[in-house]
Design a protein around this ligand. Structure first.
Ligand SMILES: Nc1ncnc2c1ncn2[C@@H]1O[C@H](COP(=O)(O)OP(=O)(O)OP(=O)(O)O)[C@@H](O)[C@H]1O
Ligand SMILES: [Mg+2]
Length: 298
């Protein structure tokens, strides 16, 4: 894989991504027999995910759902090549014919962001609070080599803010002046700077109220439809978020994938008892919401 810094312009990347997607319809990512264990002192290793196996197709939105501690973030960390000794990842994660788990540091640097980008859990708190949003963004796009100078960085950062429906004024604001939803939009726009082929979102809207959540998720969906990002790997423990966003869903329980099916199939007839409880609960909530809407004063 080419390890030189990307110097293509944002708009060319978008065109390229769109045309690549129409040409390619094959497998984007192939996870085979992935096992991850964390070193927890002396000689003990804690198995966090076991024999995880799944493929994603080019442009597909795949959900990863499961209770807290099920191993969802661990799978995402492994896909990004972020499991480092003394922790252990075995198996294969094939992207572009290469195994991520066997990539050199140079290959990983080029793979992360350019090919697969990740928005980490609680990332909206990771903006540097003592500089403006604009400076946070400019530094990132310069660091990733997406632009060559400060002037280009400023222009790209403002364009990126517009893609997530934020005004140019946000560029000059400090992170503490932004609402949670606005901060999350800034983070999403930053992850789009390199037009990644796959975007991993780890609980992107968990900290937000329902309406803001819906609006941020809708923005992500439109960005995907516009070809600004290829496929999605969406981690969320909320089945209503998954039902809104993904084509296919993987259900994780205690480190194992217990169900892998199109979201429609899972919503209509889940196989695993854990998933059956979740879908039934969602149905009941929707019924309750509907009856409450009828009772609202006109
Ligand atoms: N760096 C680490 N060192 C040791 N154990 C870890 C580490 N990271 C995660 N774990 C453990 O691995 C297991 C899976 O954690 P993981 O963060 O992948 O779960 P998750 O499904 O993302 O949960 P949540 O929904 O709470 O984010 C848990 O038992 C957790 O305590
Ligand atoms: Mg997690």
């Amino acid at each position: 894989m080419d390890s030189s810094p990307p110097s293509r312009t944002c708009s060319r990347n978008i065109e390229e991504l769109a045309s690549n997607q129409s040409l390619q319809t094959g497998t984007a990512l192939s996870v085979k027999d992935l096992n991850v264990s964390y070193f927890i002192g002396s000689k003990d290793l804690l198995p966090a995910c076991r024999n995880v196996q799944f493929d994603t197709r080019v442009g597909e939105s795949v959900g990863l759902l499961g209770e807290s501690g099920a191993g969802k973030s661990t799978v995402a960390y492994a896909v990004m090549g972020l499991i480092e000794p003394p922790n252990k990842a075995t198996g294969e994660i094939i992207y572009g014919g290469k195994n991520v788990l066997a990539m050199s540091q140079d290959e990983l640097r080029s793979f992360r962001w350019n090919e697969v980008a990740m928005i980490f859990q609680a990332a909206m708190n990771s903006l540097d609070p003592i500089v403006t949003v604009g400076k946070n963004m400019d530094e990132l796009v310069l660091d990733k080599g997406v632009v060559q100078n400060k002037q280009e960085a400023r222009e790209l950062s403002k364009k990126l803010l517009a893609t997530v429906d934020l005004s140019e004024d946000v560029y000059k604001m400090y992170p503490f002046e932004l609402s949670g939803g606005m901060k999350q939009r800034v983070i999403i726009s930053m992850a789009l700077a390199t037009n990644p082929k796959i975007l991993i979102l780890d609980e992107p809207t968990t900290a937000l109220d329902t309406i803001t959540q819906f609006s941020v998720l809708s923005t992500i969906k439109s960005l995907k439809n516009e070809g600004r990002v290829g496929g999605l790997l969406l981690i969320s423990h909320d089945i209503s978020v998954q039902a809104f966003m993904v084509d296919r869903i993987l259900i994780m329980l205690k480190g194992l994938v217990v169900e892998d099916a199109p979201i429609k199939t899972v919503m209509e007839s889940a196989k695993h008892p854990y998933t059956q409880v979740l879908t039934e609960k969602l149905r009941l909530t929707l019924q309750k919401d509907r009856s409450q809407v009828h009772q609202l004063p006109q």
